[in-house]
Design a protein around this ligand. Structure first.
Ligand code: PHE
Length: 467
C-alpha cells in the first residue's frame, strides 16, 4: 500500500502522543471520585483486571486497523475489505466531534482556574461554590443568571491553542507538544502525590484506597470501572485508529499498546492516591464527590487548608490543563484527518473551521450549565422521553450510546470480520512474534463484545450513566 501519510518521528513520540490522548480529565478528575464510590481498593482491583483483559485487546485492534489500512477512521474499514463497517467509523468520528465540543470547554474552565489560583486564590477560597457558579453565569446570591463571557473567552483560547498545534502537523505539532507536555504532567503528578501523602491525616485515605470492601464488589461497580476504562483509554472514538495509521511498519504495536495502557492506568491510580488522601485529610470522606463540581469546588477546600495551597492548587490545574490539551488535540486530529483525506481539504483552513464550529456548539454546553435554560432530548426505557439540560444530553449521547457502539463495531470487526489472524499478521509486520494469539482472539471475539453489550443494555434500560 502506498504510504505518503504523515508519520510519527520517533517511537517515543508516538507513545507520548497516544498516552497524551488517553491521559485526560478522565484520569485525574473522574477516576478518583469513581474509585472512592466503588470502595477504593475494590474498584482499583477491578480496574486493574479490566485494563489488560478488555482495554488492551481493544486498543491493540484499533491500532492494528489504523496501521494496516493507512487511512482515517471512516475509510479504514473499507480499505481492509469491509465497507459495511463504515458506520463504525462514522460513529467514532461523530463521538470525537461531540466530545471535543464540550471537552474543549471544560479545558477552558480548567484554564480559568489555573489563572484563578495564580492570581486570586483568596477569592476562590472565600466562596468555592459561588466562584464556580459565577464562572458559569449564575449569581447564587441574587438568584440571577448572565452570559459567562470570561469563561467563554478562556474556552476560545484553549481551542485556539489546540488548533494551532494541529495545524503544525503530526510530527511538528502533536508529537512535539506531547514530548513537553507529558513529562511535565508526570513531574507535577509526582510532586502533588508527595504533597498529598505527607499531609497530616492522609493515612485513612491511603488505607481506604488499599483496602478491599467486599460489599462494594458489585456488578454496578464493575460496569462503572469498565466504562471508565474505555473512556480513559480513548477507545471507541476514532482516535487510536488515526494515531495507529501514522505508525511505521517497524513498530511493535503490542508493546506500544502495553506501554500506553500502563501509563494511562498509572496516572489514574496516582491521581486516586493523591486526591482521595488529600480530601480525607482536609474535608473528610464526605468531601469526596464526583464530576465537575468536585474538581472545581471541593478541591478548593483542600488547597485552602494545605500549607502552600495556592501554589499546589495552581500546579494541580496546570496538570489538568496539560492532560486536557493533549487529549483534545488527539480528538481534533481524528476529526481533521478524515476531512483532509476524504474531502481533499487543506489542513489549516479545515482545522480553523472545525475548531470554530466545535467551539460554538461548546458554548451551548457551557451556557446550559446554569446561564441559559437550553434543553436537549433523551430517551431510555426506564424513564421514557426526558428533556435534560443540553450539556447533560451531550454527555449521555456519547458516554451511554455512541462510545459503546463504536467500540463494539471495532471488536466485531477485529474479532469476526477482518479476523484476529489479520490483526496478528499486522502486529507481526515488524518482525515480531506475538505470543498471545489464542488469548487475544478469545478476548476480542467474546469477552470484550459481551462486556460492551452489557454496558449498552444497562445504560439504555436502567437510565444510569456509567461513565
Ligand atoms: N481519554 C481521555 C480522558 O481520560 C478522554 C478522551 C476521550 C480523549 C476520547 C480523547 C478521546 O480524559
Amino acid at each position: 500500500m502506498e504510504n505518503n501519510r504523515a508519520q510519527w518521528g520517533s517511537k517515543l513520540g508516538f507513545i507520548l502522543a497516544a498516552a497524551g490522548s488517553a491521559v485526560g480529565l478522565g484520569n485525574i478528575w473522574k477516576f478518583p471520585g469513581k474509585a472512592f464510590e466503588g470502595g477504593g481498593g475494590a474498584f482499583l482491583l477491578m480496574y486493574l483486571l479490566i485494563v489488560p483483559l478488555i482495554g488492551m485487546p481493544c486498543m491493540l485492534s484499533e491500532l492494528a486497523i489504523g496501521r494496516a489500512a493507512q487511512s482515517n477512521v471512516v475509510d479504514s474499514f473499507g480499505r481492509l475489505g469491509h465497507k459495511g463497517y463504515a458506520w463504525t467509523g462514522w460513529v467514532g468520528w461523530s463521538v470525537a466531534f461531540i466530545i471535543t465540543c464540550y471537552y474543549s470547554h471544560v479545558g477552558g474552565w480548567v484554564l480559568r482556574y489555573t489563572v484563578s489560583y495564580a492570581v486570586e486564590s483568596g477569592k476562590v477560597y472565600a466562596d468555592p461554590l459561588g466562584y464556580f457558579y459565577n464562572m458559569l453565569g449564575y449569581d447564587a446570591a441574587a438568584g440571577s443568571t448572565f452570559i459567562p463571557w470570561p469563561v467563554l473567552i478562556f474556552a476560545a483560547l484553549f481551542m485556539a491553542v489546540c488548533c494551532f498545534i494541529i495545524i503544525k502537523g503530526v510530527e511538528g505539532g502533536i508529537e512535539r507538544f506531547n514530548k513537553i507536555g507529558m513529562p511535565a504532567l508526570f513531574v507535577i503528578l509526582v510532586v502533588l502525590l508527595i504533597r498529598a501523602a505527607t499531609l497530616p491525616g492522609a493515612a485513612p485515605g491511603l488505607k481506604y484506597m488499599l483496602s478491599i470492601d467486599a460489599s462494594k464488589v458489585t456488578p454496578q461497580t464493575f460496569l462503572i470501572a469498565l466504562s471508565q476504562a474505555f473512556y480513559s483509554l480513548s477507545l471507541g472514538m476514532a482516535i487510536m485508529i488515526t494515531y495507529g495509521s501514522y505508525l511505521p511498519r517497524t513498530e511493535n504495536i503490542a508493546r506500544n499498546t502495553f506501554m500506553v495502557c500502563t501509563m494511562d492506568t498509572l496516572v489514574a491510580v496516582i491521581a486516586g492516591f493523591m486526591v482521595i488522601p488529600a480530601v480525607f485529610a482536609t474535608l473528610g470522606p464526605e468531601g469526596v464527590g464526583k464530576g465537575g463540581g468536585f474538581a472545581f469546588v471541593s478541591l478548593a477546600g483542600v488547597f485552602q487548608q494545605m500549607p502552600g495551597g495556592a501554589f499546589f492548587g495552581f500546579l494541580f490545574y496546570l496538570l489538568l490543563l496539560f492532560a486536557a490539551l493533549t487529549s483534545t488535540i488527539s480528538l481534533i486530529e481524528g476529526i481533521v484527518a478524515f476531512l483532509i483525506e476524504r474531502k481533499g481539504w487543506r489542513r489549516t483552513p479545515t482545522t480553523i473551521a472545525v475548531g470554530l464550529i466545535m467551539f460554538l456548539i461548546g458554548c451551548l454546553y457551557t451556557c446550559s450549565q446554569a446561564a441559559l435554560p437550553i434543553k436537549g432530548i433523551w430517551f431510555d426505557f426506564k424513564n421514557g422521553i426526558t428533556y435534560p439540560a443540553f450539556c447533560d444530553a451531550m454527555e449521555f449521547l456519547t458516554d451511554r450510546i455512541m462510545i459503546p457502539v463504536c467500540a463494539l463495531g471495532c471488536c466485531l470487526f477485529a474479532g469476526w470480520s477482518w479476523t484476529p489472524q489479520n490483526v496478528v499478521a499486522e502486529v507481526e509486520q515488524g518482525g515480531i512474534k506475538f505470543g498471545l494469539v489464542k488469548f487475544y482472539s478469545f478476548l476480542i471475539k467474546f469477552v470484550a463484545p459481551a462486556a460492551i453489550i452489557v454496558i449498552l443494555a444497562v445504560s439504555l434500560f436502567t437510565g444510569t450513566t456509567l461513565s
